[in-house]
Design a protein around this ligand. Structure first.
Ligand code: TYD
Length: 193
């Protein structure tokens, strides 16, 4: 089972994905946690590239997809063994940031996503929804995506994705406390483990 966490920078998905990972592990579930970009040796190198240069949006798109292609080599066998994989960001990030945010063609991104994942889809996606102004206040360090207008488009993009696939994407109000958000996530998963 693949579970993904999505949301703009500062929405708290890294904290929540770690909490869910610990929670499931304590219950004896075979669970793995990876973050994108990264998660493999090559992916971490690609992450360094992405974080070190001002890149053309097209270069950015291809590097995120390249990192994902490498990660799938690790994730696919785990899913085939019936284990749980939690991803801190996945294909929706590329649609939201490079598509809705940077304005690259959404259909092209969908095709690239399909190419690198070979059709692997999350069973559930937790979208931590938060106003960019609030998210930016939470961020300690600057990220490459800290322009409020860009983040507004990314957020709207995420909400479009959630609207289009309500059966997969669970939209969570991330302006609340860490405890409240986590308890929503656990209630949603209740009965699945
Ligand atoms: P990171 O420092 O991991 O941020 P976060 O903790 O918010 O995930 O950096 C990842 C950055 O890369 C983040 O700003 C979102 C961006 N990103 C994309 O633009 N497209 C993608 O496909 C992915 C996976 C991430």
């Amino acid at each position: 089972m693949l579970i993904t966490f999505e949301g703009i920078d500062g929405s708290g998905k890294t904290t929540q994905s770690r909490r869910l990972f610990e929670f499931l592990k304590e219950r004896g579930v075979k669970v793995h946690l990876f973050r994108e970009p990264g998660g493999t040796e090559a992916g971490d190198k690609i992450r360094e590239l992405l974080m070190s240069f001002e890149l053309d949006p097209k270069t950015e798109l291809l590097l995120f997809e390249a990192s994902r292609a490498e990660l799938m080599k690790v994730v696919r066998p785990l899913l085939e063994r019936g284990e749980v994989v939690i991803l801190d960001r996945f294909t929706d990030s590329t649609l939201a940031y490079q598509g809705y945010g940077r304005g690259l063609d959404l259909d092209l991104i969908r095709r690239l996503n399909d190419l690198v994942t070979g059709g692997i889809k999350p069973e559930v996606t937790f979208l931590l929804d938060l106003e960019p102004s609030v998210a930016l206040k939470r961020l300690k360090e600057k990220t490459r995506f800290d322009d409020p207008k860009l983040l507004e488009r990314v957020r709207d993009g995420y909400r479009e994705i959630a609207k289009a696939e309500p059966e997969r994407v669970f939209l969570i109000d991330a302006s609340r406390s860490e405890e409240e958000v986590f308890s929503d996530i656990v209630s949603f998963l209740e009965g699945k483990f």
